[in-house]
Design a protein around this ligand. Structure first.
Ligand code: SF4
Ligand code: SF4
Length: 287
């Protein structure tokens, strides 16, 4: 029917107007009830999740309290407990970043050998699309999403290309912005460290057991060697002579057998020749 859409739209507007009126009535006498007063007419206002009305905020003096999962441009974490950057320059974030807006330079030691530390880390905020892939793939919890969205500048380059100094924040800043996630991460990291400690202890215990078994085996070998009788040089010489004489006797025995066999064969041959000659003489005499 003609005009149905128009009536529906007016209905939505009326609903928002009534919801807003109801929200405002509930917040009487102060619409800033529960807000955070920053002084100088600056406030952070939180709209309760059960409110459906349209809460007007006088930006920039008033700002809405951002939800924990709000994300804008990444930030790098400085671990205040360990006094070091968490980033190890592994480069995973740069690889997974869809618009390729992360640039990392790995640091090196005095011998020129690469180390697990960044010397430079850049993010082009003009290209970053706040997808949070870098955060999800970082294996060291070294990069997190910042809530700071007031980044307007007159010139895109180089102001919107953030370097390591501009990106780095202390761990406490991250803990304040992401309290729930921070607590979960801390619990997980603690558990992982505990597991790692246990594994190292088990490994050390196994290594110690192996070393003990090895030294026990070595001790047994040396005691066996000690148990074997030790002969003097004269005894060893006599033993060698005795063995040489045994070998000669064995050779002589073997040689004697051969000579007897040859003699027997020769006798057989002579006997066969004598019989042959006798047979020939008999034939010649015509007998
Ligand atoms: S922020 Fe994380 S993923 Fe990126 S280089 Fe550093 S440690 Fe690797
Ligand atoms: S948030 Fe997304 S686009 Fe921005 S630096 Fe991380 S991976 Fe790249």
């Amino acid at each position: 029917m003609f005009g149905t859409g128009l009536l529906k739209g007016l209905g939505v507007t009326l609903k928002h107007a009534l919801d807003t009126f109801e929200d405002d009535r509930e917040s009487v006498p102060d619409r800033y009830k529960g807000s955070l007063d920053l002084g100088n007419n600056r406030r952070v206002i939180q709209q309760p999740i059960d409110q459906e009305g349209l809460l007007t905020i006088q930006y920039p003096e008033e700002k809405r309290l951002l939800p924990e999962r709000f994300r804008y441009i990444p930030m790098l974490i400085w671990d205040s407990e360990k006094q070091e950057d968490r980033c190890t320059a592994c480069g995973i974030c740069a690889k997974v970043c869809p618009p390729q807006c992360i640039w990392i330079v790995r640091d090196s030691d005095e011998n020129g050998k690469p180390v697990t530390r960044c010397s430079e880390f850049y993010i082009d905020a003009a290209v970053c699309m706040s997808c949070s892939f870098c955060v999800e793939f970082c294996p060291f919890d070294a990069i997190k999403m910042n809530h700071d969205y007031e980044l307007a500048v007159y010139d895109r380059y180089p102001q919107l290309v953030y370097d390591m100094e501009e990106l780095t924040v202390p761990l406490e800043y991250y803990a304040a912005l992401w309290p729930t996630q921070y607590e979960e991460e801390q619990a997980r990291r603690k558990e992982e460290e505990e597991q790692k400690r246990k594994q190292e202890e088990e490994k050390a215990a196994k290594a110690a057991a192996r070393a003990a078994a090895k030294s026990a085996a070595a001790a047994t070998d040396s005691s066996t060697a000690q148990a074997a009788p030790k002969r003097s040089a004269a005894e060893l010489q006599a033993l060698a002579k005795e063995r040489a004489a045994q070998r000669q006797a064995q050779a002589a025995d073997a040689g004697g057998d051969d000579a007897a066999a040859a003699k027997k064969a020769r006798m057989e041959e002579l006997k066969r020749r004598a019989q042959e000659r006798a047979r020939q003489r008999k034939e010649e005499s015509g007998q």
